[in-house]
Structure formats: C-alpha cells, structure tokens
Design a protein around this ligand. Sequence first.
Ligand code: NI
Length: 135
Amino acid sequence: MEVTVSRHAHFNAAHRLHNPNWNDDKNSDVFGKCNNPYYHGHNYELIVSVSGNINPETGYVVDMKWLADLIKSKIEDRFDHKNLNEETEEFKNLNPTAENIAVVIWDILRKEVENSLKLKVTLYETPRNFVEYSG
Ligand code: NI
C-alpha cells in the first residue's frame, strides 16, 4: 500500500535566463523578460513528495519533521535569497529555468531519501507556472 506524503516549502531567488552561445537578440527573443541582464526574482513554491509503505511501527511513511528539516537544510538554506546564476555552484553553467531548478533539487534530495521511497519535486515559479520531476 503506497502512500504519498508531501511538504510545502518556499524560497525566494533571483535569476537570469541566458544562453551564452546566442547573441543578445536571440536571448531576448527566447527568454523575454527573464533575460533581463539585471536579474529578477521569483517566489518559488516547492512541494516535495515522498511515496512508500507506511511503517507499521510509526504509522508514518516518513517523519514530516524530518522531511521539513531536510528541505530547510538542503534546499532553503542553499537557495533562499540567492542570485542563482551568481551565487550558487549548481547554476554557474546551467540555465536556472524552473525545469533545471526542479532537477537540481531532486538530485540533491534523492541522496538523502532512502531508495525504497519514491521522490517527486513540484516547483512553482509563478502561481500559474509549475514543473514536476520524479527522476
Ligand atoms: Ni524568471
């Protein structure tokens, strides 16, 4: 019996979408406002979902406190109030789209969640735009 538990978290970050192999016109055409050379911010909403069997001893799939602390220490502390392009190793050479941010977050968390559990990351870049990644 598989049950999914999810934790909703939040961070603010600045980014710029840019492909260094393209000229300014093409970058502007493709990325629009997100190509602004002076960066801009988003209020990212993050949902981390873990699926697996209920542990009969605890009644939990995972301890929500553990999951909340994990997201805080590994994701929020790393990315909150950061300029993703300039201040994080992960996005020095990787365009910080919602897609790539979701994959980076999943890769970080996958190392921390035991293999018997499934992991899914949902990332809202705006209230209307979100991406999902499950590996
Ligand atoms: Ni943007």
